[in-house]
Design a protein around this ligand. Structure first.
Ligand code: PMP
Length: 412
């Protein structure tokens, strides 16, 4: 027997860990192909959060009593797991946020805003999620700086040479996604970082779609900031991480003020806390972060490289099967892709197609995927997007194809 069927069998086992995948929708076993929007959680994450809530919950950092110690240990333990997961060099480089969006806004307001002057610029790409566009627009409006956008080609790949041409001595930062949520394009982030390093330009990577599918090593990538969300990596919503290089985080002022981010407060002089607490004002999402720690343990038990290999094979299968469906138009055909395929079928509106598929138990995402500039570039109002996780298998893809064929019959 060759390796492929063995891996597929393995996925069947992983799938059993996810209670949400055991249900029927509209009388059909659920096929969940919307993990790029939010991934399902394994039993161990759900149970870890529940056990924490039942037995250990108290506020973190400030208490002398036993429950507060336990909560602090669990919360800070999760930070250590995140450090290990992305191979940051120190736990002080792991700022816990409520997600990618908050992490990018933090960098825009704390790193960029104090430094940017009229005439400076920030460089991003045309395939970014709104979370990696609008925070830069806001800070450019606030400072008179310019937002420059590197174009994409008709396969949905960033024109890297044109990106490099946009970087000059007035560039404060380059922001680029690791993997595009709308197109699945994997950007050559190591190459971009190497180029920018040579010019002393910091790089922020939006890793929301990178972390769930690739083995991430921020030191090997060499980036200055890497942002991601817990709910895309099988953890709770309202959790996420900003990795930042310690030297840069040290220089940055706090973004939000409040409890926990201070060492001492008086009306005359307030002394800020050390890293990473300087950036974590107020009571955090403790139970969510504890759950995120459990999801990291779970992913590491399987192994991210194993997940990446399995998904790569499944993605190839999805693309080959979808390509054969009559009336299929792919949006996004980059040479290097992960997890996602966007498409349109005949002239059926994406929302109509999504609804027909839902009635057959198949969950995909439809619309602009928070990437309106990508839609504008391809001249469409939205797309249908099937996105994979390691709990999907070939049967899921076959069910998608059958559902699409049924939709074609319905729409004549
Ligand atoms: N960037 C990318 C590439 C994404 O896919 C998403 C979520 N769709 C985000 C940023 C924003 O993530 P969140 O809403 O969890 O902050």
């Amino acid at each position: 027997m060759n390796a492929a069927p063995a891996r597929v069998t393995q996925a069947a086992d992983w799938r059993l860990d996810f209670p949400a995948l055991r249900q029927s929708v509209h009388g059909q076993p659920l096929v969940y192909l919307d993990s790029a929007a939010s991934a399902q959680q394994p039993e161990v994450v759900i149970e870890t959060v529940a056990a924490y809530q039942r037995e250990d919950h108290a506020n973190v950092h400030r208490g002398v009593h036993t429950l507060s110690h336990r909560a602090t240990e669990a919360y800070e333990g999760a930070r250590d797991k995140m450090r290990d997961f992305i191979n940051a060099s120190a736990r002080s480089e792991i700022v816990l946020t409520k997600g990618t969006t908050e992490a990018i806004n933090l960098v825009a307001q704390s790193f960029c805003r104090p430094r940017l002057q009229a005439g400076d610029n920030i460089v991003i790409t045309h395939l970014e999620h709104h979370a990696n566009i609008v925070p830069w627009q806001l800070v450019c409006e606030q400072t008179g700086a310019e937002l420059r956008v590197a174009p994409i080609n008709d396969r949905g790949e960033v024109s890297i040479d044109e990106l490099y041409e946009l970087v000059d001595e007035r560039t404060l930062l380059v922001g680029i996604s690791h993997v595009s949520n709308a197109l699945g394009t994997v950007n050559p982030v190591e190459e971009v970082v190497a180029f920018c390093k040579g010019r002393n330009v910091p790089v922020l990577i939006d890793g929301a779609q990178g972390v769930p599918h690739l083995d991430i090593d921020v030191q090997a990538i060499g980036c200055d900031f890497y942002a991601f969300s817990g709910h895309k990596m099988f953890g709770p919503t309202g959790t996420g991480v900003l990795f930042g290089r310690e030297a840069l985080l040290e220089e940055m002022p706090p973004w939000q003020g409040g409890g926990d981010m201070i060492l001492e407060v008086s009306f005359e002089n307030t002394i800020y806390n050390e890293l990473p607490y300087k950036f974590e004002a107020g009571t955090p999402n403790i139970s969510g972060v504890v759950g995120l720690g459990a999801s990291v343990d779970y992913l590491q038990r399987i192994g991210m490289q194993r997940i990446a290999d399995y998904e790569h094979e499944l993605h190839d299968y999805m693309v080959s099967q979808l390509r054969d469906v009559d009336g299929m138009r792919f949006i996004g055909e980059a040479a290097n892709k992960a997890s996602v395929q966007s498409f349109l079928l005949d002239d059926i509106h994406s929302h109509d197609l999504g609804t027909i598929l839902d009635h057959q138990g198949v969950a995909i995402r439809t619309g602009h995927h928070c990437a309106m500039p990508v839609m504008q570039w391809f001249g469409v109002s939205g797309t249908c997007r099937a996105s994979l996780a390691f709990y999907n298998n070939r049967d899921d893809i076959d069910r998608l194809v059958i559902a699409l064929e049924k939709a074609r019959e319905i729409f004549g």
